[in-house]
Design a protein around this ligand. Structure first.
Ligand code: PLP
Length: 466
């Protein structure tokens, strides 16, 4: 049909076709029909251009994934070269490919000690799902089949697979999907700004430890398989636990005899400063899930890293001739793996360092913007951070849902040519690429601050302030 030929397609018909046929992730179907999509056309460094030619500064690295920025030619080169040479190789039936092998070796060398074994996925959701399957398999393998309960955190996000979405603790992912499952449990988030004892680091850490202990006591230590967390909770609103929190969780899991699954899908690959957030605290989990920054969004890929002791137990327990029945056609895809190797080379050749440098500028702006009348809290680590808006700084009260603060801010920031993530609870998330310059960071905040001022000028918002 002519309407499907690109040369004949107007921008409007593209938006209409999108409304008619494309189901968007985590989007209201009717809302999308009414709103339509902002269709993006190209990117360069920190900048995106849409099909109308509008140029915006991307302060969210796509979806906290394009950590190297757009338009990195060397990645395009390795992907093309790999596609030409060998676009696909299965990992089934004892086949393999050079990029997948080299990337597994690279990840094992970069990851916290003991995480020597890598299973590749297509993204973060199936990385979490794979980890859950391996953990289930592990406890069956070692003769403890009753250890099947999982504990995770409120405000946590662990993807959209049938099992992972139940570890996720965000209402949209449960509503209408019959989740969480009976073996999935949630405890309070280490949310310093909203912790009953205030910003007291020791109290926040102690309360998570106590909550895990209480939940394990309630379920029975012989029934609990694992505790699962993000080092910094991303999609829940960039909730940053105090330093020392992750280490305390590791010690608690060891003491209680449960496995620790750390989900670094967002925090991996320099997002918080070091290569992995676990590195900051010298923590080595039993399972580590990765995606996003692994290929910086240039090709789909995720990974599950498995501790050697888990791997050896599974290997020893299974009859040698029987396969461990978990696999995807595109596990270890050679083009994605080649992209991953090049992306990691870029991190190691300057981007991680630049991210740390710009991270200081980011901290400076987060500190400064706390004085704005709408801002209750700011928090961040490396190039991951957030601003939380409140209607009353004293009581920390939020806004009535009818004010749709997130929707308005998303529109205002777009009009001011900057992309940030506006969460429903009036939190603004930032995750700029590690190539972000100090000037670009200044520009991000100039545009966000202008948006906040415009929001404050809206009569009903001003009236809501306590
Ligand atoms: N885990 C975490 C911590 C995430 O932030 C995400 C995605 O945002 C996922 C898992 C799911 O990853 P994906 O969207 O690649 O399936």
């Amino acid at each position: 049909a002519p309407s499907r030929t690109p040369a004949h397609r107007s921008n409007q018909s593209l938006v209409d076709l999108d409304r008619q046929h494309l189901i968007h992730p985590v989007t209201s179907f009717r809302g999308h029909e009414a709103h339509g999509a902002r269709v993006l056309a190209s990117g360069d460094g920190m900048w995106l251009t849409d099909i109308e030619g509008k140029k915006v500064l991307d302060a969210f690295a796509g979806l906290w994934c394009v950590n190297v920025g757009y338009g990195q030619e060397s990645i395009v080169e390795v992907a093309m070269e790999q596609m030409r040479r060998l676009p696909y190789a299965t990992g089934y039936f004892h086949f393999g490919s050079e990029p997948a092998i080299l990337l597994a070796d690279k990840l094992a060398s970069l990851a916290p000690e003991g995480l020597d074994h890598v299973y590749f996925t297509l993204g973060g959701s199936d990385a979490v799902d794979s980890a859950i399957r391996y953990i289930t398999h592990y406890f069956n393998a070692i003769g403890k089949p009753e250890k099947k309960q999982f504990i995770a955190l409120e405000w946590g996000y662990h993807g959209s697979s049938s099992n992972g979405a139940g570890l996720t603790a965000l209402a949209n992912f449960h509503r209408g999907f019959d989740l969480p499952r009976p073996w999935q449990h949630h405890i309070a988030s280490p949310y310093p700004y909203r912790h009953p004892e205030g910003h007291d680091d020791a109290a926040v850490i102690a309360s998570t430890v106590a909550a895990i202990e209480a939940k394990v006591a309630e379920l029975g230590a012989d029934k609990v398989a694992a505790f699962c967390c993000e080092p910094i909770q991303g999609s829940g609103g960039v909730i940053v636990p105090p330093r020392g929190w992750l280490k305390a969780i590791r010690e608690t899991c060891d003491r209680l005899g449960i496995l620790m699954l750390v989900d670094e899908v967002i925090t991996g690959f320099g997002r918080t400063g070091p290569m992995f957030a676990c590195d900051d605290e010298g923590v080595s989990p039993d399972f580590l899930t990765l995606a996003k920054g692994l290929t910086a969004g240039y090709a789909p890929m995720g990974a599950v890293l498995m501790a050697d002791h888990v791997y050896q137990s599974i290997a020893d327990s299974a009859p040698a001739a029987l396969p461990v029945g978990h696999g995807f056609t595109y596990s270890g895809h050679p083009v994605s793996a080649a992209v991953g190797l090049e992306v990691i080379r870029l991190y190691e050749n300057g981007l991680l360092e630049n991210g740390k440098k710009t991270g200081k500028r980011f901290d400076h702006h987060l500190d400064r913007i706390r004085a704005h009348p709408l801002v209750g809290d700011t928090r961040g680590r490396g190039l991951l951070g957030a601003i939380e808006l409140v209607s009353n700084k004293e009581t920390k009260a939020g806004f009535a849902p009818e004010l749709d603060i997130a929707g308005r801010l998303s529109q205002l920031t777009w009009e001011n040519d900057v992309i940030v993530r506006c969460f429903a609870n009036a939190v603004i998330g930032f995750a700029p690429a590690l190539c972000c310059s100090e000037n670009e960071m200044d520009l991000i905040f100039e545009r966000v601050e202008r948006s906040l001022d415009q929001l404050l000028d809206m009569p009903d918002v001003r009236q809501a302030l306590g």
